[in-house]
Design a protein around this ligand. Structure first.
Ligand code: SF4
Length: 158
């Protein structure tokens, strides 16, 4: 197995149309000058902790709002993408050192505008677990709560 990928590109098929709810949500966030908060997510416990923590971070700081990474990356004509491109700052909470989503975001906006967080060192658990369902829901919520508190201490505007 190779342990590094120096660089690569992935072709993405074009798309027509827009999500009406996503358009309205993103346009409101543009008007309100909200800071977009991204996370990776998925069936992996690390992605799930990042996602839960990102939800709390966005809920608990009025100047932040959750952003849809997929619409931002894969629907470039969407208001979601426009919101991110014109935001003065963006917060990306990745699940582990591989920083999958942050590596994409860096190609979309200036790296200096991204606060890029690897959530795993903030709780240091589950290194031998993959599926999020292998950790009880109450424990996932508790860990995410702790991670969100640490992130908010770092990123909350003073
Ligand atoms: S950063 Fe880690 S947890 Fe997030 S998608 Fe990549 S491999 Fe999964």
């Amino acid at each position: 197995m190779n342990h590094a990928t120096p660089d690569f590109s992935v072709a993405v098929e074009g798309v027509t149309g827009a999500c009406p709810a996503g358009e309205a949500y993103a346009q409101q966030n543009i008007r309100d000058k909200k800071v977009p908060v991204f996370s990776c997510e998925g069936p992996c416990i690390r992605g799930e902790i990042a996602r839960l923590a990102a939800n709390l971070v966005a809920q608990e700081e009025p100047s932040f709002a959750r952003c849809c990474h997929a619409e931002t990356f894969f629907v470039p004509h969407s208001s979601m993408a426009r919101w991110v491109k014109q935001a003065e700052q963006a917060i990306m909470i990745d699940g582990c050192f591989l920083k999958c989503h942050g590596r994409i975001l860096k190609n979309l906006i200036d790296e200096e505008r991204i606060i890029h967080i690897d959530a795993l060192p903030l709780y240091k658990k589950y290194s031998d677990v993959f599926l999020y369902t292998d950790v009880p829901q109450a424990e996932r919520n508790e860990v995410a709560r702790d991670v969100a508190t640490k992130i908010l201490e770092r990123v909350r505007p003073q």
